[in-house]
Ligand binder design. Structure first.
Ligand code: PLP
Length: 459
């Protein structure tokens, strides 16, 4: 029987000699890292220097040492933190994951540090193939890039070219799409585009409101109003199936399906931004978790992928010249991205009872139990799987910031999302253990009780 040929990268990781050498290097680096802790004064100086160079301090005064294990990361001063923010979603498997580090070390010892679209390497091939295999039959093509905003820019260009000269884009209220000028305009947050020239091409539709039984028909009516006010001028609609920066809001499938179907009837491309949701909702793609495979035209990925990509239907394949760019990604990023896809698929992370879904249910239970102990301090929860958030106390930005700082002092790194109310957000490593969850929630509770006492907020 003919055996399928292993890809060159797999061959390298399968070589005992290469693997052993990779492990030896990783071990040597970890040992040395631990011996190079900064003394308190040197660490404070490094933090001040970083702040001066950036023009502003870090949100949390933390510089990582280069050593970590699971959700725990060691700082350059030797302190250890539990990281429930994952670098706003970047460290999908937490810190120091041995398998991913081996993939990284092998890729780093290859030919080049970065790869371009002119002469891609085997990692590019392997990652592209894996993404398309998982994406299903409709998304025929993939274009790799570096940041989530790059992928979104490419998606937007493809959509505009297909629908030219239509120049309007519809997005949800509270949408977030990235930091380029075009994405800052689509993003529904005035502070993120203050001072930028705007083209006035974005139209907004209200997101799902779980407290309003008429929510679906209201959002459909808003979409219809835009479509009839600007006939033939709307090119695409952007969907975040779990709004990330906007506050971890989500909606039932019927809501998304109703709006997507209306877009398709009106020849408006359905663009799903999965930069934050990728590999966090229980399936690789949130559009699969929500059962929307048939309705999606363009999908963008980032963060956990360790690079970014846009996947698109054949009709959106742009003419030569529209989409290019020097870098497709770093060799390490692409190799680790492909290894992450393997792990998610083969180590039981996906599906209704997969590890991501189970993690989500555990966080829900822990928040529920925290709410029973602190009923006035823990408000509504939102999110799916490994992206979870809740409203603490009154949901004011000041209180959330104070809690995040207090949690940091306890040893827990978390982040915020949304406004009115502002939430505490957890972008957990998908391999977070029960012990890590328990320790993290104990730290959170201590921090919240302390803030409650200091600010006179009853718990
Ligand atoms: C939904 C969404 N889209 C796009 C982006 C932009 O990605 P990047 O910061 O990698 O450019 C982000 C980043 O937070 C995001 O959450």
């Amino acid at each position: 029987m003919a055996r399928s040929k292993p890809t060159p990268l797999k061959t390298l990781l399968d070589s005992p000699r290469v693997r052993e050498a990779a492990r030896a290097l990783i071990e040597a680096v970890h040992e040395e890292t631990q011996e190079r802790e900064l003394a308190p004064k040197a660490y404070d100086r490094a933090l001040r220097e970083v702040a001066r160079m950036r023009g502003r301090p870090l949100f949390h005064p933390a510089i990582a040492s280069g050593y970590g294990q699971g959700a725990r990361v060691r700082l350059a001063n030797g302190h250890t933190l539990l990281d429930f923010a994952s670098g706003i979603g970047t460290y999908g498997f937490g810190h120091g994951d041995p398998g991913l580090l081996e993939a990284a070390v092998v890729a780093a010892a290859g030919d080049t540090v970065f790869q371009g679209h002119l002469l891609p390497g085997v990692e590019y091939h392997r990652l592209s193939r894996a993404l398309l295999r998982h994406a299903g039959p409709h998304l025929k093509h993939v274009w790799l890039s570096v940041s989530g905003a790059d992928a979104n820019e490419n998606a937007l260009k493809m959509i505009y070219q297909k629908h030219a000269p239509a120049e309007k884009i519809i997005a949800f209220e509270r949408a977030f799409a990235g930091r380029t000028i075009a994405m800052a305009e689509i993003t529904d947050k005035p502070a993120f585009r203050k001072g930028l020239p705007l083209r006035g091409s974005t139209l907004y539709v209200p997101f799902f409101d779980p407290n309003d039984p008429e929510s679906i028909s209201k959002s459909l009516a808003a979409l219809d109003a835009h479509l009839s006010r600007y006939p033939g001028q709307v090119a695409g609609m952007l969907f975040e199936l779990v709004q990330g920066e906007g506050g971890f809001h989500t909606a039932p499938t019927e809501f998304f399906a109703a709006l997507m179907n209306r877009c398709r009837e009106a020849n408006v491309s359905v663009w799903v931004d999965e930069v934050q949701t990728f590999a966090r909702t229980g399936e690789l793609f949130a559009f699969k978790t929500f059962g929307l495979e048939e309705l999606v035209d363009v999908v963008t990925l980032g963060k956990t992928l360790q690079g970014s990509a846009v996947l698109f239907r054949r009709e959106l394949n742009p003419k030569p010249g529209l989409v290019a760019g020097t870098f497709a990604g770093s060799t390490v990023g692409m190799a680790v991205g492909a290894a992450i896809l393997d792990r998610l698929e083969n180590d039981g992370y996906l599906g209704r009872d997969g590890r991501i879904a189970v993690l989500g249910r555990r966080v829900e239970r822990r928040l529920e139990s925290l709410r029973r102990r602190m009923p006035r301090a823990v408000g509504p929860r939102s999110g799916v799987g490994a992206m979870q958030a809740f409203v603490p106390f009154d949901g004011s930005t000041e209180v959330v910031t104070t809690i995040l700082k207090a949690a940091f002092e306890e040893g827990l790194l978390a982040h915020s999302a949304g406004s009115n109310p502002t939430k505490i957000r957890f972008l957990l490593p998908v391999n977070t253990t029960d012990e890590e969850l328990e320790t993290g929630f104990t730290m959170l509770e201590k921090a919240m009780r302390r803030v409650g006492e200091d600010c006179g907020l009853p718990c």
